[in-house]
Write a protein that binds this ligand. Structure first.
Ligand SMILES: Nc1nc2c(ncn2[C@@H]2O[C@H](COP(=O)(O)OP(=O)(O)OP(=O)(O)O)[C@@H](O)[C@H]2O)c(=O)[nH]1
Ligand SMILES: [Mg+2]
Length: 314
């Protein structure tokens, strides 16, 4: 072998080495309620998949967001915020959803706010065992650098994180580094889903979540927590039959008669407003016009009723 040949062989070997192996696996996003887990999922996917609101305990399910890159598929799982004391059956199911996501995860992103670790964070850290975990300190846009540094120091002594990253999910800061790190920690393997697939749930799930999200935004007090949404009917448009829009009928379940009255509002004004904003969101998500019909029904103590919870997909 002459010099040139040798150089060529060496070159093609480095080229083969330079091509990164395909990586695929589950990434659980966990943390206490309201830290920004769903905001982070949506930013990473560049899609409004998960409901976001300023109120705690918005997310109730595990929500899968599939991010496929040239040499990876990251299966992000948004989870319900971990609470200390589940107070009813729905709370218990939410907690179970979050715990399952940790068990399934190849990589964990523990999301916290820039303040001292509390009981929730400490008990979550105990459950991580050997799973590679990135600590992401979110909402750093709301504090000064000294507080970010103090938070880093407080967490560093609690656990051996792969890395501690200050981020702002809302403004997209630090997310490139977060994604790079997540991908580097995924196991080698083939993709789980087709590369153009975004999630594993049907459209009707996201439609019901968009309605629930708007309830979190529009109503105060306990209304959002005592509300569940079920899509009773979802018929796609059939222009040949004179139906130019999708028809969606949703039922909003509440706990008490008084809540039904608040939801509907004087002269039906509140529910009309809800219908308008929810419809716009749904049309944005589906990319087509819809006719949305909303009904309100009272189901006493639905949060405690296992059969009803099951019917509602919890
Ligand atoms: N300033 C600021 N606000 C943020 C950031 N990330 C999220 N938020 C806000 O924090 C609130 C909660 O966000 P969510 O994404 O719903 O939080 P979550 O952790 O999914 O909450 P649960 O589903 O209740 O567990 C919303 O009002 C977000 O706009 C951030 O980086 N900076
Ligand atoms: Mg959430």
């Amino acid at each position: 072998m002459d010099d040139n040949q040798q150089r060529e062989t060496a070159q093609s070997e480095t080229q083969a080495e330079a091509k990164p192996p395909y990586r695929a696996g589950y990434v659980a996003i966990i943390g206490r309620p309201n830290v920004g887990k769903s905001t982070l999922l949506n930013q990473l996917l560049r899609e409004r998949l998960a409901a976001v609101s300023p109120k705690a305990q918005t997310t109730r399910h595990k929500i899968l967001g599939i991010l496929s890159g040239p040499s990876y598929q990251a299966l992000f799982l948004d989870t319900p915020g971990i609470m200390r004391q589940p107070s009813d059956e729905l709370d218990r199911r939410m907690l179970k959803n979050a715990q399952e996501a940790i068990k399934d995860a190849d990589v964990v992103v523990l999301l916290v706010e820039p303040r001292p670790p509390g009981d929730v964070e400490r008990s979550l850290i105990e459950k991580l065992s050997s799973r590679p975990t990135i600590l992401a300190i979110n909402k750093v846009d709301t504090v000064d650098q000294a507080q970010v540094q103090a938070t880093i120091d407080q967490y560093r002594v609690l656990h051996e994180f792969v890395e501690i990253l200050p981020i702002s999910a809302l403004y997209g800061a630090g997310l490139d580094r977060l994604l790079e790190l997540v991908v580097s920690l995924l196991p080698e393997g083939a993709p789980f889903y087709p590369e153009d697939q975004l999630t594993d749930r049907p459209e009707r799930f996201f439609v019901s979540e968009l309605i629930r999200e708007q309830i979190y935004h529009l109503y105060g007090d306990e209304i959002p927590y005592d509300t569940a949404v079920e899509i009773e009917e979802f018929r796609e448009a059939r222009p040949e039959e004179g139906r130019n829009k999708d028809f969606i009928r949703a039922v909003i379940y509440v706990n008490r008669d008084s809540q039904k009255r608040i939801l509907i509002g004087a002269g039906g004004r509140a529910i009309k407003r809800l219908g308008e904003v929810a419809r716009k969101q749904i049309e944005g998500f589906l990319g087509r016009p819809v006719y949305l019909e909303l009904w309100v029904k009272v189901r006493k103590k639905w949060r405690k009723n296992p059969q009803l919870l099951k019917n509602l997909g919890y």
